[in-house]
Design a protein around this ligand. Sequence first.
Ligand code: 0PR
Length: 382
Amino acid sequence: MWKYGSSKQKVLQELRKAWEEDLHFSDQRILGSMCTEPLPLAAEAHAQFLEVNLGNPAYYKGTWRLEREVINQLGEMLHSRGGGGFTISGGTEGNITALWLARNVTKKKKVVYGENAHFSVLKAADLLGLKPVPVGLDEAYRIRVDEARRKIDRDTAAVVAVAGTTELGQVDPIGELGEICQDRVPLHVDAAFGGFVLPFLEEIGVNVPPWDFRVSGVSSIVLDSHKMGMATIPGSALLVRQADHFNKIAVESPYLTSVYQTSLLGTRNSAGVAATYAAMRLTGREGYIKVVRRCVKATELIAKRVQEAGLRIAVKPLMNVLGVMVKDVGAVQRQLEKHGWRTSAARHPRCLRIVVMPHISPKAAEAFSEDLVECCRKLGEI
Ligand code: 0PR
């Protein structure tokens, strides 16, 4: 493959072929992904900053300023007062870094998390040598506070709660967990998905349970701009209440323009930072409110249609993730795929998982619910 170079035209043809084999959000058929089509301006910004490496910040003062502005804006949105943070590649890096910090600050050995947590928490535990301590879920698939209270002990390095669970978009009882953890154990909030949804739901007047830095026990929050932020992949941020904690993961980086590096990654994605900045500046709070409102409305429409047809939903959706209870999830997914729809499956509870991202128009949501009901009828689910 590599012996001789090819013509530009040939390479472009090969790329085109691969692109055509992929699915595309713009076809409005994907309801099984937490990502979406990035805003065109975000894509433009991404392309403009391809060579930048924030791992060597003094070379890139402009991009570094964009990063600071993104972090400050997000900090304000999450009611952080004087904390710190930096941009990262996604929820996985955020969860790993937050638990790395917690382990080094506390020097303890266990991580307590709900069975609704994203699997990246298990990756982090494995990498960091932390013992995973899972906690069961309540009837709404949120972490059980009483069980968590019992399982948090003097060896606990961190508790992980989720604001916008991957499977159902639920928010753990973070207010109550915060009271338990306060001044005792770091409480990390995984808002990879919910971070760009919950602040705007709150502004619409939805009763959102407390989850951000207003809960005084919360030590860190991760939120992804490459999900509901409509920026490019990889886009995310880790915010912490106490910036000096970063010293606990600092490594000397003598040949770079910074003396210490406190990020997991060395060469750091920076195009995603410019894209996040562009998406946030262009959209603004009002814009995100509109997007969130539209996605939640479409989710509610699907929930209504399937319930009218006699199907049960896992739990009333708070955000744009919906679980539909069917006996044979795989069979329903395969049938939907024949109509071109891509969905996914959840485990807690076992159900069809539908994520209604900004690329799904109200019309597409309507068409999807009709096909879903029809497929379920055909398969004897209703
Ligand atoms: N935390 C939560 C709550 C998440 O939902 C996710 C990803 C992560 C952490 C990890 O984030 P990164 O994947 O950015 O590191 N949730 C989705 C999932 O695993 C990600 C996804 C996105 C899946 C697009 C499929 C897809 O097409 O289900």
